[in-house]
Design a protein around this ligand. Structure first.
Ligand code: NAP
Length: 333
């Protein structure tokens, strides 16, 4: 039975990847950090499954800032594959907490590579890199060869980690790979990301629980895909015969304005009646338009994004409508 470690297993991508690997027959070891709450809602169905939890899914306490604990878990579990997804994943927030973002995302990744390099069984590494390494690129669409030019603390930290993955591959022959991910969303996206903020607000406004939605720059355009498909692509990257880097993207770009318009229209509302612009939500530096070229992933791995923005918006709004409707009796009390 193959085994894998996932850092960030409680996050959006980690939870989808966990389900995918369990379905593929893996033993999965998830790294979780201590928090005041034991609730891990994205892992709930696996956690409550007595055939899975404690048999093929194990959770271990560690933190990216605690290298010894990660080293011990790796030595003990001897994984074939290591998926490094943990980190402070919010670009805007990285301007407020740049030190910890860089410490954990940049140096944290380097420390994991050092741990893996010392292992006799040479585990493969997948690093969740980001299109933020390109900053505001002069070339569109961007691919694996587009020069790095990050313009946020998050982007700088990811750029360092991405380049170090290449250095280890070239210098030590390590099977280390970057998935250079464009935005990917889902009903599991945290509520402080603009897509989920919109879909939750749409559901609340439709149900009469909220009246207005405040947004920053509605002109920013993003290449939005479905997180579940990106988790599968991460696995495919490690199954290829040789290690390499791949852009994961849909190849289509849409503005926040379009996202909001489609979300409101899906429940029969006019977005202009409910959205207000608020400068507090505009980032200090923001890429105006980003578009990924994932043709290498399609050519080499046979992976192509299937769910595009319109379908993704509807899927997220439907989920949030159901979620809030199921909570309605509690809200009414
Ligand atoms: P997410 O939902 O925010 O999940 C982040 C995960 O990292 C959570 O499990 C979190 O644990 C864990 N974590 C954070 N700090 C940690 C620490 N110090 N020690 C241990 N674990 C820590 O992010 P995501 O959307 O799944 O993204 C996964 C990865 O892909 C991230 O590295 C992100 O930067 C990258 N990425 C994502 C996108 C995207 O659009 N989603 C695009 C490009 C790159 P808690 O649950 O305890 O908070």
């Amino acid at each position: 039975m193959r085994s894998a470690i996932i850092t960030g297993i409680t996050g959006q991508d980690g939870s989808y990847l966990c389900e995918f690997l369990l379905n593929e027959g893996y033993v999965v070891h998830g790294i979780v950090r201590r928090s005041s709450s034991l609730e891990r809602p994205r892992l709930l169905s696996q956690y409550n499954n007595t055939e899975i939890y404690g048999k093929r899914l194990f959770l271990h306490y560690a933190d990216l800032s605690d290298t010894t604990s990660i080293r011990r878990i790796v030595a003990h579990t001897k994984p074939d594959e290591f998926y490094h997804l943990a980190g402070q994943s919010h670009v805007g927030l990285s301007f407020e907490i740049p030190e910890s973002t860089c410490e954990l995302t940049a140096m944290g990744t380097l420390r994991i590579m050092e741990i893996l390099r010392d292992q006799p069984n040479n585990p493969k590494l997948l690093h969740a890199s980001s299109r933020e390494i390109f900053g505001t690129p002069k070339i569109s669409p961007q691919d694996e060869d587009t020069p790095q030019n990050p313009n946020s603390p998050y982007g700088c930290a990811k750029a360092f980690a991405t380049q170090m993955v290449r250095v280890y591959r070239e210098s030590h022959g390590s099977f280390f790979c970057n998935a250079i991910c464009y935005n990917h969303e889902s009903p599991r996206r945290a509520e402080n990301f603009v897509t989920r903020k919109i879909t939750l607000a749409v559901a609340k406004i439709k149900l009469g629980l909220q009246s207005k939605l405040m947004l920053g720059s509605v002109d920013s355009a993003r290449d939005w895909g479905y997180a579940k498909e990106y988790a599968e692509a991460m696995w495919l990257i490690l199954q290829h015969a040789s290690p390499d880097d791949y852009v994961l993207a849909t190849g289509t770009s849409h503005t926040v304005r379009e996202f909001a318009r489609i979300a409101f229209e899906h429940v029969g509302l006019d977005w202009q009646q409910h959205v207000e612009l608020d400068k507090r939500f505009v980032r200090p530096a923001d890429a105006a338009s980003l578009l990924g070229d994932a043709s290498k992933a399609e050519r080499v791995l046979g992976w192509k994004a299937k769910t595009h923005m319109h379908e993704l918006v509807r899927l997220m709004v439907d989920h949030d409508m159901k979620l809030l409707a199921s909570m309605q009796p509690m809200i009414d009390q």
